[in-house]
Design a protein around this ligand. Structure first.
Ligand SMILES: *Cc1c(COP(=O)(O)O)cnc(C)c1O
Length: 343
């Protein structure tokens, strides 16, 4: 498989590294529903330390992590402000509506980056017949925005707006380490303004399964209850947490390489006759390329596939390319070669 294709569909396709597989085989384990898995406990401590929060919880997926955080922060009938193309709104099967009974309220960002002033304007006044705005969700990096980074100052301003109005603020930081690498800051600085943070171990970080949610000790105590309620309480899950620890230690430092390759790919797409790319908005490991009509994104992906390159349609008119740990320089060269001629 890896010989036949360069797989740029998503960073979720990364496979565990050899070091992860060894760590998984040798992991010390216990029953994590009893809080007795030493490897899970070590990963949770490490995640909390890295994010600058009191506590953390291992969860099976980013979707469950976001769902638990929304649940802890809200009551049924309240409102959650989120970016119009945000993951929590688009790709989580109406989780917030079904599991938390809350109403999403969309605020359009610039390439996914929210403007604190626009958020302020969208917050309803406290009138009894309006749903109470309870939570603001921010996504950094922003997936559909093209892997864009919300700068620390903007995160702080968004946190301040939420707090002014008595709202909690959650960070969908599925790719927070990509944001930190691109912004040249510590992840802690990005996480600081938020009451809760979710990040994925299973995307560009190569772990096979899992996300972390981080927050205050009181927050995580409540989150653990909903993790069990949602079916995410697992037993000897240190087998998976072991891979997460390797991800944080060994894969995080390699993310700038993914960003370098994404930029080279974006530069090739920007001059390709079938695509256009705004290079200013290529900031991390995601490249959103507009397809020039009359070609559709599905047709472009099909044509690329015949040349051994897998990418995915992000809309009818845009193709998403994602670099990751399993796309080496050789893989990138192969993709660049496929882009030498018109489709
Ligand atoms: C992938 C992703 C998630 C969800 O993670 P899963 O583990 O796939 O459920 C949440 N938010 C963002 C921004 C993502 O890219």
């Amino acid at each position: 498989m890896s010989q036949d294709w360069v797989d740029l569909r998503s960073d979720t396709v990364t496979r565990p590294t050899p070091a992860m597989r060894r760590a998984m085989a040798e992991a010390e384990v216990g029953d994590d529903v009893y809080g007795e898995d030493p490897t899970v406990n070590a990963l949770q401590e490490e995640a909390a330390r890295l994010m600058g929060k009191e506590a953390a919880l291992f969860v099976p997926s980013g979707t469950m992590g976001n769902g638990i955080c929304v649940k802890v922060h809200t009551q049924p009938g309240e409102e959650v402000l989120c970016e119009a193309t945000g993951h929590v709104y688009w790709f989580e099967n109406a989780s917030m509506a079904v599991l938390s009974g809350v109403l999403p309220r969309l605020v359009a960002g610039d390439h996914g980056i929210l403007d604190p002033q626009k958020v302020r304007e969208a917050i309803r006044p406290a009138v009894y017949y309006f749903p109470r705005p309870a939570l603001l969700c921010v996504e950094n990096t922003h997936n559909m925005g093209g892997g864009t980074c919300t700068p620390v100052k903007t995160c702080e301003a968004l946190g301040a707006v939420a707090r002014e109005h008595g709202m909690a603020v959650h960070l969908d930081g599925a790719r927070i380490f990509n944001a930190a690498a691109a912004l040249g800051v510590n992840v802690k600085e990005i996480a600081a303004p938020f009451d809760s943070v979710q990040f994925c171990l299973s995307k560009g970080l190569c772990a096979p399964v899992g996300s972390m949610i981080c927050g205050s000790k009181a927050f995580i105590d409540k989150a653990r209850v909903f993790r069990k309620m949602f079916g995410g309480g697992m037993r000897q899950v240190g087998i998976l947490a072991a891979a997460g620890l390797v991800a944080l230690r060994e894969v995080v430092p390699t993310l700038p390489e993914d960003h370098r390759r994404a930029r080279l790919l974006a530069q090739a797409l920007a001059v390709h006759p079938n695509f256009s790319v705004d290079l200013d908005w290529v900031q991390t490991n995601i490249v959103m390329a507009k397809v020039r009509p009359p070609m559709t994104s599905a047709q472009a992906c099909a044509a690329l596939k015949t040349r051994g390159v897998l990418a995915s349609p992000a809309s009818a008119a845009a193709v998403r390319f994602v670099t990751h740990h399993d796309v080496t320089d050789a893989g990138l060269d192969r993709a660049l070669e496929a882009l030498e001629k018109p489709l």
